[in-house]
Design a binder for this molecule. Structure first.
Ligand code: AMP
Ligand code: MG
Length: 339
């Protein structure tokens, strides 16, 4: 259990609107925005922004989406899902490694982060035209098919000793869904491109999955606002609830306001607790994490949103230089710093 004394209550500020960059200098070339991963993705390369570099970055993002999306029938993940309970599927090293990492995150978080939640995600359909509150027996049934141990990952060598990568889902109704981690993975892949091109300064925002890269010109730190979780419900709340001052690194938030529907005054949001089979309920409205690797932030914010404020996943992973910020239903802010 995490030490509750290490949770520092911060006075909350009455202000709102999304996770957004508060202070950046004017760019000579406009940032570029495209709709990828079913969300708005913006990259700002400031003075170093060239058409070619933006093109390379967005083609990488689209390629990752085409590889991992369960909404695209030809994606590698869809191929594995469609062969569930039948046969193994040869996959790329890239997919193998992210699946392996996802299974590791499931083991660290006792399945609070669960990459095999497809059956429950489809059942609830949050954000789709089929969204609804399922019956208890439907939930019980779908829960049986959300076990990460049903996903087998293995390698084989061909006759030229080249490694081949495989995935096989052992249960016919189990489905992979990497929606809780893929934007973080994609963000880190863009950071690799920025490093290879010696870009000095950039901001990546994949639907609120942020990376502030490099140093600001004036040697100041970046300032990033955390959205007031009630902003979607009360349009008068347009200011960030908190402004973080950060060095180069990723800032990711999972919140119940991102995708949800309401029925009988109750919010049914898109982050599912595989233990109950329902949207998680633990008095949290959002969890934000700052850390150098966005894929870790992405998996962990989803996991903490399910596991709650006393979970100790980051400590279990041995992370350093990581901040976790919880906002609860009273809009109180709790921050934990892991040095
Ligand atoms: P995020 O916004 O990163 O917290 O991810 C939420 C998305 O991840 C959902 O829309 C689902 O596609 C998927 N998801 C929902 N619940 C979980 C969970 N407990 N573990 C892993 N992925 C999840
Ligand atoms: Mg996530």
């Amino acid at each position: 259990m995490a030490n509750m004394k290490s949770l520092r209550k911060i006075n909350f500020i009455f202000c709102l609107l999304g996770l957004f960059i508060v202070s950046c200098k004017n760019s000579t070339i406009e940032p570029v925005t495209q709709f990828v991963f079913g969300t708005v993705c913006t990259v700002n390369l400031f003075e170093e922004g060239t058409k070619d570099l933006y093109k390379e970055i967005f083609s990488k993002l689209n390629s990752i989406d085409n590889t991992f999306s369960v909404k695209k029938k030809k994606s590698e993940i869809s191929k594995i899902n469609s062969c569930a309970g039948k046969n193994k599927v040869e996959i790329s090293q890239e997919v193998f490694e992210l699946l392996e990492f996802s299974k590791y995150m499931a083991s660290i978080t006792d399945n609070a982060f669960n990459p095999t939640l497809g059956a429950l995600i489809n059942l609830w359909g949050i954000g789709s035209k089929n969204q609804r509150v399922p019956t208890d027996s439907e939930i019980e049934e779908a829960k049986q098919h959300c076990n990460p141990s049903m996903l087998n990952l293995f390698t084989e060598n061909d006759k030229n000793s080249n490694t081949k990568y495989f995935a096989q889902i052992l249960d016919e109704q189990t489905e992979i869904d990497l929606g809780g981690i893929v934007k973080g993975y994609a963000t880190d892949e863009i950071v690799k491109i920025l490093q290879s091109k010696n870009v000095k300064k950039a901001v990546i925002d994949l639907g609120g999955n942020i990376y502030v890269y490099g140093e600001k010109d004036d040697a100041q730190k970046w300032k990033v606002g955390i959205k007031n979780p009630l902003a979607n419900f009360d349009k008068t709340m347009t200011e960030p609830i908190l402004i973080l001052t950060v060095e180069s690194g990723s800032i990711v938030t999972s919140g119940n306001y991102e995708r949800y529907f309401m029925k009988d005054d109750k919010i049914y949001h898109h982050i599912i607790d595989s233990k109950t089979g329902c949207p998680s309920e633990n008095n949290l409205l959002s969890v934000t994490i700052t850390y150098e690797k966005s894929v870790v932030c992405d998996a962990l914010t989803t996991a903490y949103f399910v596991g709650g404020i006393n979970s100790d996943y980051a400590e279990k992973m041995g992370l350093r230089n990581c901040n976790i910020i919880f906002i609860d239903e009273n809009l109180e802010v709790f921050a934990r710093e892991i040095k």
